[in-house]
Design a binder for this molecule. Structure first.
Ligand SMILES: NC(=O)c1ccc[n+]([C@@H]2O[C@H](COP(=O)([O-])OP(=O)(O)OC[C@H]3O[C@@H](n4cnc5c(N)ncnc54)[C@H](O)[C@@H]3O)[C@@H](O)[C@H]2O)c1
Length: 370
């Protein structure tokens, strides 16, 4: 069976993990590694018996890969992807698709200018049974018309040591954001998969509230959607024990995801019907607790890469395209914009305006460091 040959660009912490996942693929295989850190490239290339490149241009020109998996710091995703498309290679980018919306749009434009080449983003939590079940319960209408969600993603405690460990981490210039862009992309991708994109975001939060960092580490974001749904997304890297708790309230009850368990508190009749028809002042509808069985709580980068490869080989469909991957970036940017500027943000976000604000934050930070 033909396999898609991948060059893996960036073999720091995450690159080797994806390389190992790729070894389990049926439709993809690692063909080369590339890292500007020569020692790191030599180590990972040597351990895996793969050709090594220190400059992506050399990898692109070598003909050794059909596709690249980009696992570098966020800002580098964009120039590396654009050049890969120009050189005729398919592109998978690790999350986030880019540091900001304008960069993600440039990547999409480069793909559009290279017909036949595929562009996907690594959101491996899409493969988890528990999230697929949430999606299924929403899209089959089991929850009824959606009213509200609360997602507390506060299980991301990070130490100062963690932030001090890489120069690109937790800076506007190096990373482009904090908890939203580094820890929460998977949850924000899932959020837009479940609910679509909001029409408005008003967020509150703080940069460097718990750490000596310049980016956000505390976020409370309120969102409103065209269909009447509203929701809160809360994130922090300074709380413990914290939780990953998603509550979704609909006309047929409430779905709660917490501690890797899924519970559906299902009402016997629609809540809206009960409100109008009940002759009681303080009554509530009958409600059952249903524990939804989840057999497997694992996620699989292997499945994401295989799905991407199947589409690139003309056989199947990838899980998250670049076109969809941009939504997580837009959500992140809109929340940060709202926090920094203290304004309500209407979506779609103006990517040029966001980039202007980001460049200002970078300039201010450079002034501080002088
Ligand atoms: N999918 C996930 O669950 C997941 C988890 C952690 C990190 N990530 C993502 O993976 C990416 C990398 O994170 P990390 O923690 O591995 O960072 P890292 O700093 O440990 O590794 C990044 C590597 O990229 C190399 N690099 C930088 N610029 C390069 C360039 N132009 N060409 C070639 N190599 C280059 C660096 O030398 C370094 O070795 C980020 O986008 C991050 O958000 C994804």
């Amino acid at each position: 069976m033909k396999k898609l040959k991948f060059g893996i660009i960036g073999v720091g912490v995450m690159g080797p993990n994806h390389l190992n996942s790729m070894k389990e693929c049926t439709l993809a295989e690692p063909a080369a590694v590339c890292d500007i850190d020569k020692a790191r490239a030599d180590l990972i290339g040597g351990e895996n018996g793969l050709p090594v490149f220190y400059d992506a241009e050399d990898l692109y020109a070598s003909g050794s890969a059909d596709a690249v998996l980009i696992v570098t710091p966020h800002y580098a995703h964009t120039p590396l992807a654009i050049r890969a498309f120009e050189c005729g290679l398919h592109v998978m980018s690790d999350k986030p698709a880019a540091a900001h919306k304008r960069d993600a749009e440039k990547m999409l434009a480069a793909q559009k200018a290279a017909p036949g080449l595929k562009y996907g983003v690594m959101y491996q939590l899409r493969t988890m049974e528990i999230y697929k079940k949430v999606k299924q319960l929403i899209s089959t209408g089991e929850l009824g018309k959606l009213q509200r969600f609360n997602w507390a993603a506060t299980h991301w405690l990070r130490t100062q040591k963690y932030y001090d460990n890489g120069t690109w981490r937790a800076t506007w210039k190096g990373e482009g954001g904090g908890v939203l862009l580094n820890q929460c992309p998977h949850q924000l991708d899932l959020l837009q998969w479940f609910f679509g994109m909001p029409k408005m975001i008003k967020a509150f939060g703080a940069c460097g509230k718990y750490h000596d960092i310049e980016v956000e580490d505390d976020v409370s974001a309120y969102m409103e959607f065209e269909n009447g749904l509203n929701g809160m997304f809360i994130a922090s890297t300074g709380e413990f024990p914290g939780t990953n708790r998603l509550e979704i309230h609909g006309d047929r009850g409430c779905l709660v995801l917490e501690d890797n368990k899924l519970t559906f508190k299902r009402t016997e009749i629609p809540v809206s019907e009960f409100i109008m028809d009940s002759r009681d002042h303080f009554g509530v509808p009958a409600c059952w607790n249903i524990d939804i069985p989840i057999k497997d709580n694992s996620f699989s980068a292997t499945k994401v890469i295989d799905a991407f490869a199947s589409e690139a080989l003309g056989e199947g469909k990838m899980l998250v395209s670049g076109e969809e991957g941009i939504n997580q970036v837009e959500l992140t940017n809109a929340i940060i914009y709202s926090i920094v500027k203290r304004v309500e943000v209407k979506l779609p976000l103006d990517g040029i305006e966001y980039e202007k604000m980001l460049l200002n934050l970078i300039a201010e930070s450079e002034k501080r460091l002088k």
